[in-house]
Design a protein around this ligand. Structure first.
Ligand code: ADP
Length: 422
């Protein structure tokens, strides 16, 4: 029974009770009112008053319950408002642009950083494309909504100015909303470019003076006036100049590999690797090492052939440099959608503590040994950069005095697959 019905019942009972009580009093005082005998009216009045009393009690309880439900709802509402304000405050303080979109890529929420990044006033209800003017961002949101899976990419967008960001979109599990975050890395990329340009310019600038020093040192060496000691010193100058020239040219190769996406063409990796191994056969036999190649006659893929030769050369040359007896085996095969190149040697191996760092530029396990083999400390970082720019990976397995195996995996894209292997 609801509160209003209870109120009516209690009012009616109290009213009726009063009427019967007054009737009974009038009856006893000798003024009959026609409602029956006095004692009956007294009982009826009493009963009605009793019912009225209980109805009033129930009414009070119902009213109390309603009031407490109302105050709880009010409390919840206040709590929710506080919670929402805290989340808004938190989101506005983030250095990451945050959007919440519906599955059709319309914005339902944007934080302050998002407003600043794309300079808009009121994004809510507008398509994310209209807000960001980036088809790539819109595509990422749509893809995440359609696939019900996270999508992430490094994207550049030009409105309102040229920027680069790490963009991530992921849907709510029920597919109702798509969250989009953009972490800006414009400055980071710019600094990287400045560093690459600097390294490349310095390497370039070093070449001419190094060539002049070398020529002059050779001329002095050839002139008859130099003593034996001076001639020996001039020889050292020439060796060091050659080393510096090698470092300068490796730095140039590295910065070219870093800054430009590789110019791909269809090439036969089997032929390139075989040729690199052939070229180094002389060096192997000088050291008394067996250098072998095993692989298919042909393995076609889209790659930069010059850079692939460099990868093979660097790995084989390292195998020869760091092995004093035994062999260097070069193996190439197709495995699933990948070309796998393995270079295994029986050399000095690499201690496990050095393994995580050997792909860093200028990192050498043993500086003296690297110098004596004519190494620049850049060979493996060149390999890593080239391989990763081709979408591949390079790994190493090695143990001290037990040799090393370097494994390069390169994707063979769909177009290459038919003619990948002969
Ligand atoms: P480097 O020009 O000094 O050979 P790399 O970048 O090619 O420079 O290699 C980095 C370091 O990793 C080397 O100095 C050497 O200590 C170690 N290294 C590379 N390849 C091998 C290998 N096949 N066996 C043992 N050590 C190796």
């Amino acid at each position: 029974m609801n509160a209003r019905a209870l109120a009516m019942v209690s009012a009616a009972c109290y009213g009726g009770g009063c009427v019967f009580a007054l009737g009974a009093i009038a009856q006893f005082m000798g003024h009959p009112v026609g409602l029956g005998p006095g004692w009956l009216m007294l009982i009826a009045g009493g009963l009605l008053a009793l019912v009225g009393y209980f109805a009033t009690g129930a009414l009070r309880e119902a009213t109390d319950r309603q009031a407490s439900a109302l105050s709880q709802a009010e409390l919840l509402r206040v709590e929710m408002d506080q919670h929402r304000a805290a989340v808004d405050y938190l989101a506005d303080g983030l250095d990451v642009a945050v959007f919440i979109c519906d599955p059709k890529a319309s914005v339902v929420y944007a934080n302050r950083r998002a407003s600043e990044m794309f300079r808009f006033e009121e994004p809510v209800g507008r398509p994310v494309l209209a807000v960001t003017l980036s088809h790539d961002i819109e595509r990422l949101v749509m893809d995440a909504a359609r696939a019900r899976a996270e999508r992430a990419a490094e994207l550049s967008f030009s409105y309102p100015e040229e920027r680069t960001g790490l963009v991530k979109a992921w849907p709510q599990p029920d597919g109702g909303r798509v969250f989009l975050t953009i972490f800006e890395i414009t400055d980071l990329r710019r600094l990287e470019r400045v560093r690459q340009d600097f390294v490349s310019n310095v390497s370039h600038e070093l070449r001419t003076p190094l060539t002049i020093i070398r020529v002059l040192a050779e001329t002095l060496q050839d002139e008859g006036q130099a003593s034996d000691e001076q001639r020996r010193d001039l020889g050292k100058i020439i060796t060091e100049v050659d080393r510096l020239s090698l470092i300068a040219s490796d730095l140039l190769v590295l910065s070219a590999a870093e800054s430009n996406p590789p110019k791909m063409q269809r090439c036969d990796l089997a032929e390139l690797v075989r040729a690199a191994a052939e070229e180094l056969k002389g060096k192997a036999s000088e050291k008394g090492l067996a250098l072998t190649f095993m692989g298919p006659d042909k393995l076609m893929l889209a790659a930069n052939s010059h850079q692939m030769t460099q990868v093979a050369r660097n790995l084989i040359e390292n195998g020869l440099n760091y092995t004093s007896e035994g062999s260097v085996q070069v193996r190439l095969r197709k495995e699933g959608g990948e070309a796998v190149l393995e270079v295994q040697d029986s050399g000095i191996g690499i201690g496990s503590e050095h393994l995580p760092r050997i792909f860093e530029r200028f990192y050498r396990v043993d500086k003296g040994r690297s110098r004596s083999t004519g190494g620049t400390g850049l060979g493996l970082s060149i390999v890593k950069h080239i391989v990763e720019a081709h979408g591949g990976t390079v790994q190493v397995e090695s143990a001290l005095n037990q040799g090393s195996t370097f494994t390069v995996r390169l994707p063979i894209v769909a177009g290459d697959a038919q003619s990948a292997e002969a």
